[in-house]
Design a protein around this ligand. Structure first.
Ligand SMILES: C[S@@+](CC[C@H](N)C(=O)[O-])C[C@H]1O[C@@H](n2cnc3c(N)ncnc32)[C@H](O)[C@@H]1O
Length: 273
């Protein structure tokens, strides 16, 4: 079978299974299996794929049809134009989370050697992106769970101004060990416990520990507000759920709610007076 035929087979297989983005996903999977980019594949459409690689490609298409998110199949995903390693131990980076990076870049513009803390770091996509874009910054990223921490450490390799810290943000000793910072960032778990079963089936393939935020979905923000008072002399930006703005304004006095491009509550910001 040629590469062109394989790519068509992939698109047909995924669209028959009702996968919306079938054409892109099939080519991404093909790229990762044969180790060639889309533009290389387009230049050699009649090259044979080879039996073993075809078998691997079909297996990965079957995984996708079974509901495994394409990002976990690829083992990587893009955030703010950078590639991050992902697996089932971490939340897949979302485009809306890029708002926190935009805020950090704007807020820290012109500051020398800023110190930034990213709590509930997962892949590290927020803090590592900021560290890479502000080379004179020092970024501390905190993650509690073993599997997520392993991913964070892997993504942090080579980012010399970033330090991955293993720990629980509810542990006061851990928080006291962090330096005073200019900016506190976090995309914490924020889904109400009762809403978890109604999430899309693909979201349910992501770790529950990255999603579940207790009875009212605000458990993490209560602690983040206290941590802000303790270790931050500048601003804080936390991602939030689309219906959490009013509750967060009440919970974090003086905070501002920023909406995303769809008009939904997406980020809560605290700034020094
Ligand atoms: C919503 S995910 C966000 C991951 C990443 N920051 C992002 O934006 O893609 C929340 C992360 O917090 C971690 N986490 C959950 N509870 C934690 C805790 N008590 N202390 C530290 N990290 C925690 C989860 O393992 C998960 O990686």
């Amino acid at each position: 079978m040629t590469l062109l035929q394989a790519s068509k087979l992939g698109t047909e297989t995924l669209s028959l299974a009702g996968i919306e983005n079938a054409a892109n996903e099939s080519i991404w999977i093909l790229e990762s299996v044969i180790g060639k980019t889309r533009s290389e594949i387009i230049r050699i459409p009649s090259e044979e794929i080879g039996e073993d690689l075809l078998e691997t490609y079909k297996e990965k298409l079957a995984e996708r049809i079974s509901g495994r998110p394409v990002q976990y199949i690829l083992g990587k995903w893009e955030f703010y134009g950078r590639e991050y390693y992902v697996n089932e131990g971490v939340l897949i980076p979302r485009p809306e989370t890029e708002m926190l990076v935009d805020f950090a870049l704007e807020y820290l513009k012109g500051r020398k050697n800023p110190v930034i803390v990213d709590l509930c770091a997962g892949t590290g996509c927020i803090g590592l992106t900021v560290a890479s874009l502000i080379p004179d910054s020092q970024v501390y990223l905190v993650e509690k769970y073993d599997e997520a921490f392993a991913v964070l450490e892997r993504n942090a390799e080579g980012v010399t101004n970033a330090k991955a810290v293993k720990g629980d943000i509810f542990d006061e000793k851990l928080i006291s060990s962090l330096p005073q910072c200019d900016l506190l960032l976090s995309n914490p778990p924020y889904i109400r416990h009762a809403d978890i079963p109604s999430l899309q089936s693909e979201v349910l393939r992501e770790p529950l520990t990255a999603l579940d935020a207790g009875e009212d979905g605000l458990e993490f923000y209560r602690t983040l507000g206290k941590i802000y008072g303790k270790i931050c002399k500048g601003a804080a930006a936390f991602e939030c759920g689309e219906d959490q703005g009013a509750a967060l304004r009440e919970l974090l006095p003086g905070s501002e709610i920023i909406k995303d491009c769809f008009g939904n509550d997406r980020m809560v910001v605290l700034k020094e007076l």
